[in-house]
Write a protein that binds this ligand. Structure first.
Ligand code: ADP
Length: 423
C-alpha cells in the first residue's frame, strides 16, 4: 500500500466525496482530520480502510481531510446531498422509538420502496447506522433478492443489528448465516433467483415464512421490538407489484411506507392508505450520488458477494473448509421447476403436475458442480409444533422423492455450500 501514490482531499461541512473503485483495483482511505462517515458509519481517524468493487460516498457534517491511495475510476465532490432530510427522518424514527419505549409498544416498521438504483439499500444502511449510534437494535429485513445483503444473492433475510454496518465490509460484517435464534444471527430463507416475479408464488410463500418467524422471534426481544424494522425491497414500482407490496405491508405489520424517486408510486400509495391512520406514507429525495449499475457490474458484485460469504472480507477473513461425502449419503432437493409453461398451454383437462413450490428430489451428477446449495434447518421449533399438530407431514407414499412443501419452505437456511461432484 505504501507504494501507492497518496493524495489528500479536503471536504467542507455538508459536502460528500463520491467515489468508484473498479473490481480489479484496491483503494485505501484514511481520515486525517475532522470527522467523516460512509453511509452513516463513522470513520476512525488514522486507520486505513480498504475498498474494491465499490461505489460509495464519504460525507462530513463538520468538515474533514482525507488521504486516498490507489486508482479510482470516478471521483468528485458534491455539496448537494439529501443528508439533512435523511437525518430528519432518522430523528422522527427515533422519536417513535422513544415513544414505544415509554408506552411499552412496538417501534416504527419502515418499508422503503423505489426503483432499482434509487438508493434504497443505501438509505437502509444510513438509517440503521444512525439507529445503532443511539443504542438501538433495529431488525433489518432484506427482500431484495438481487442483493444478498447478509447472505448470498437469491435469499431473503432478517437480522437484528446491534453494531455498525462496517464502512468497508458492508452487510457482510453480519455475513455468517445461521438460524440459531441468537439475536444477531441472520434469519435467512432460500429463494434461488434474483427476480421475485420469476417464481412469484414461491417468493410470496417465503415472505410469509420469514415474516412469521421474525415476528415470533422478536416477541421475546424487547429491544428489537422498540427499535422497529427497516425493510429493503427490490425495485417494485409498477402497478402489477402493488399486490406484492400490500402483502409485505400486511405480513411485516408495516406502519411507515417511504418512497424514493417515484412520484406515481408515492401518489398511488398516499391515496391507497389515506383512510388508514395506522399507516403513513412519505417520500424522500433520491441522492444525486446514486449510481446506475450495469448488469455486468451487478453480476461482478454478486460474484464478489458470494466470494465474501465463503472467504470473508479484507478485514475479516473466513476459513472455508471442504468435506467429502458419498453421493449415496446425501439427498438433494429442488424447489419447483426452472421454467413453467403457462397453464393455458397444457392439453385440455390436464393440470400442472409440478407446482412452482413443489419439492422434488434431484439426481446428483457432475453437472451440479459449482452449484450453490442451501442447507436448511428442517426442524426448528415452528416446524416441530406443526408436525406435532399434524398441520404438516412428510408424505408417506414416497418419502424418497417428495418432501412436504411447507416443511421445507418453513425452514431457514443454516448455510450455503459450493458443491463439487466427482464420479
Ligand atoms: P437500490 O437499493 O435502490 O438499488 P443502492 O442503494 O444499492 O440502490 O445504490 C445504488 C449504487 O449507488 C450502490 O452501488 C451505492 O453504493 C451507490 N450510491 C448510493 N448513494 C451514493 C452516493 N451518495 N454517492 C456515491 N454512490 C452512491
Amino acid at each position: 500500500m505504501e507504494k501507492l501514490k497518496a493524495k489528500s482531499v479536503t471536504l467542507k461541512p455538508g459536502e460528500e466525496l463520491r467515489l468508484e473503485v473498479d473490481f480489479s483495483k484496491t483503494v485505501y482511505i484514511k481520515l486525517i482530520k475532522g470527522n467523516a462517515e460512509i453511509f452513516g458509519a463513522e470513520l476512525g481517524s488514522n486507520t486505513y480502510y480498504e475498498f474494491s468493487c465499490e461505489k460509495f460516498a464519504i460525507y462530513t457534517w463538520e468538515g474533514c481531510e482525507i488521504e486516498i491511495r490507489g486508482e479510482l475510476s470516478s471521483e468528485y465532490t458534491s455539496n448537494e446531498t439529501p443528508m439533512n432530510v435523511y437525518m430528519n427522518l432518522h430523528l422522527a424514527l427515533q422519536q417513535l422509538r422513544d415513544k414505544a419505549k415509554q408506552q411499552g409498544s412496538e417501534g416504527p416498521r419502515l418499508l422503503i420502496l423505489g426503483p432499482t438504483d434509487s438508493g434504497k439499500t443505501t438509505l437502509c444502511k444510513i438509517l440503521t447506522n444512525y439507529a445503532v449510534k443511539q443504542d438501538e437494535t433495529p431488525v433489518l429485513v432484506n427482500l431484495d433478492t438481487s442483493e444478498g445483503m447478509v447472505s448470498v444473492p437469491g435469499s431473503i433475510s432478517a437480522t437484528c443489528i446491534s453494531r455498525f454496518i462496517s464502512p468497508e465490509d458492508g452487510f457482510m460484517s453480519y455475513g455468517v448465516t445461521g438460524s440459531s435464534g441468537k439475536t444477531d444471527s441472520p434469519l435467512v430463507y432460500h429463494y434461488g433467483n434474483s427476480l421475485p416475479n420469476k417464481h412469484l408464488s414461491l417468493f410470496q410463500k417465503l415472505l410469509k415464512c420469514l415474516a412469521n418467524n421474525v415476528n415470533k422471534q422478536i416477541e421475546t426481544n424487547k429491544s428489537a421490538q422498540n427499535s422497529g424494522f427497516i425493510i429493503d425491497t427490490g425495485g417494485h414500482v409498477e402497478s402489477s407489484s402493488y399486490a406484492l407490496i400490500d402483502q409485505i405491508i400486511d405480513l411485516f405489520k408495516v406502519n411507515l411506507v417511504l418512497i424514493i424517486g417515484n412520484e406515481k408510486l408515492y401518489n398511488d400509495y398516499i391515496k391507497k392508505y389515506n383512510d388508514q391512520p395506522n399507516i403513513s406514507v412519505a417520500k424522500v429525495p433520491k441522492s444525486g450520488g446514486v449510481v446506475d449499475r450495469s448488469s455486468l457490474y451487478i453480476q461482478n458484485y454478486q460474484n464478489n458477494h458470494i466470494k465474501q460469504y465463503f472467504y470473508g472480507t479484507n478485514s475479516e477473513k473466513l476459513q472455508s473448509f471442504s468435506k467429502i461425502v458419498k453421493i449415496s449419503d446425501i439427498s438433494l432437493y429442488k424447489i419447483g421447476q426452472d421454467t413453467l409453461a403457462p397453464s393455458s398451454t397444457l392439453p385440455l383437462g390436464e393440470t400442472r403436475k409440478i407446482s412452482e413450490t413443489q419439492i422434488t428430489k434431484v439426481e446428483i451428477d457432475e453437472k451440479l458442480s459449482h452449484y450453490l446449495v442451501a442447507i436448511l434447518h428442517l426442524d426448528p421449533v415452528t416446524n416441530q409444533e406443526k408436525l406435532d399438530n399434524n398441520e404438516i407431514h412428510i408424505k408417506e407414499e414416497d418419502t424418497e422423492s417428495l418432501l412436504d412443501e411447507d416443511l421445507v419452505l418453513n425452514s431457514p437456511v443454516l448455510g450455503y455450500i459450493n458443491m463439487q461432484v466427482f464420479s
